[in-house]
Design a protein around this ligand. Structure first.
Ligand code: DX5
Ligand code: ZN
Length: 237
């Protein structure tokens, strides 16, 4: 079992007025993965940003842009997001007729390929694409918003996916996205999650809050370290 969980703060809960600064803060606070939620107003009701906006986000040295495409027909946009700095791209199995093609395209353009599954989508959606995967993202909320509660049956789904990967001799990260906080992360970790997206649990300071820069950074650091501690607690026994 991986003893160093990866926390990927989701900038969905950050100050959108200054994304690059928030990314820099999160990086300084200890995160190397930055989760970028792209929503098209079609696969999910909200719209966030596209590849053109993403190109303007500055990426600190050593940072991984973990790009979660909640868009229909994601294969149309893959080259643009990789050009914009995406290192890992998750595409939804529910959003494309051409899953294997999309995954291959991600790798062909030099990024890591991942499939995202909504909470009610069966793991069988992965059955014919295992060789094409560098990661699997299991949604633990219905995509579209930050700040929702973890959907409990997904804990079993994580264990079941870890088992399937083991049965096939595949050692890739399982990332879980939605409702990750100090109460849910330990159980998700024990079930086999290695990579955790956390939006509202990290960005507990809001843009307008009267906090100086040092305190804001310290809060992010404390939130990230708290999650890591909870995720590893039961594994160190
Ligand atoms: C939801 C997004 C998530 C979201 C998670 O559609 O994919 O990445 O930001 O937010 P929290 O951690 O607040 O549930
Ligand atoms: Zn996400």
């Amino acid at each position: 079992m991986n003893l160093s969980p990866v926390i990927a703060p989701s900038i969905l809960s950050a100050d959108f007025g200054n994304v690059s600064r928030e990314i820099e803060r999160i990086h300084q606070a200890g995160a190397t993965w930055i989760h970028l939620d792209v929503m098209d107003g079609n696969f999910v009701p909200n719209i966030t940003f596209g590849a053109v906006a993403m190109e303007s986000f500055s990426k600190p040295e050593g940072c991984v842009f973990d790009t979660h495409l909640m868009v229909v027909n994601p294969e149309k946009h893959i080259p643009a997001f990789i050009k914009a700095g995406a290192d890992v791209i998750s595409i939804h199995a529910e959003a494309t007729e051409h899953l294997q093609y999309g995954l291959k395209m991600i790798r062909d353009h030099g990024a890591k390929a991942s499939v995202a599954l909504n909470p009610a989508t069966p793991l069988e959606a992965l059955d014919w694409v295992y060789p094409d995967l560098d990661m699997v993202l299991l949604m633990s909320v219905n995509p579209g918003w930050g700040g929702q509660s973890f959907i409990a049956p997904v804990f079993d789904k994580i264990s079941s996916l870890r088992q399937r990967l083991q049965d096939r001799g595949i050692d890739i990260p399982i990332q879980v996205d939605g409702g990750i906080n100090l109460k849910t992360i330990a159980r998700a970790s024990l079930a086999g999650t290695t990579h955790f997206v956390a939006g509202s649990a990290v960005f507990t300071v809001k843009a307008g809050d009267a906090l100086d820069e040092k305190d804001r950074l310290e809060t992010y650091r404390k939130n990230i370290n708290g999650l890591i501690e909870e995720a590893t607690r039961d594994q160190l026994v």
